[in-house]
Write a new protein. Structure first.
Lengths: 112, 113
């Protein structure tokens, strides 16, 4: 699975838009990009997944440039409850099976 | 609908003991994976099971073993516990073996004294 690099931590304030960027320079042609959110003492929760361009759901948007060597998770108008660790994962949907490789993640702190 | 359920929630053991952790996947999901998460780090893959067969194994010693039952529930067993086995153990389920969208349980917090 392609290695990912994310900022260790980020701070924001309630109501702001937060963008977390993940670098994956060695991404392969068949790899998808997936983001998970994890609160303390809970399991990770799927947020969004994409292959290229832009994907949006009710929770977040995922921006992927044409070269796919990075991706940006965008959280609109964050609240205190968005304080969590966010993980970026890259892997082949068909061949990686269920072996997810998590990095250190980005610890987002939302302040009032 | 019930999500992935794990039991027990918390567990305290002493070095050298054995532990069994249990996981029930989301109804209809046939694949179960186990992860170990040490405090401050991301989850590390231990095992994946699909249709009662092991489909993947992470870099963990043979003290770790698992199995999946006909109803797709799963057990993770750890023998000869070490202090370093203290962690949050997560179970995740998905419908197929392929695809990396998984649904995680809340985990079992294991403390080894």
């Amino acid at each position: 699975l392609a290695k990912t690099t994310q900022p260790i931590s980020m701070d924001s304030y309630e109501g702001q838009e937060v963008n977390i960027t993940c670098s994956h320079n060695n991404i392969a042609t068949n790899d998808y990009i997936t983001w998970y959110q994890q609160f303390p003492s809970q399991g990770p929760r799927f947020i969004i997944q994409g292959y290229k361009t832009k994907v949006t759901n009710e929770v977040a948007s995922l921006f992927i440039p044409a070269d796919r060597k990075s991706s940006t998770l965008s959280l609109p108008r964050v609240s205190l409850s968005d304080t969590a660790v966010y993980y970026c994962l890259v892997g082949d949907l068909e061949n990686a099976g269920n072996m997810l490789t998590f990095g250190g993640g980005t610890r987002l702190m939302v302040k009032p | 609908d019930a999500g992935v359920t794990q039991s027990p929630t918390h567990l305290i053991k002493t070095r050298g003991q054995h532990v069994t952790l249990r996981c029930s996947p989301i109804s209809g999901h046939k694949s179960v994976s186990w992860y170990q998460q040490v405090l401050g780090q991301g989850p590390q893959f231990i095992f994946q099971y699909y249709e009662k067969e092991e489909r993947g194994r992470g870099n963990f010693p043979d003290r770790f073993s698992a199995r999946q039952f006909p109803n797709y529930s799963s057990e993770l067993n750890v023998n000869a516990l070490l202090l370093g086995d203290s962690a949050l153990y997560l179970c995740a389920s998905s419908f197929r073996t392929s695809g990396n969208i998984q649904y995680f349980g809340a985990g079992t917090r294991l403390s080894v004294l």
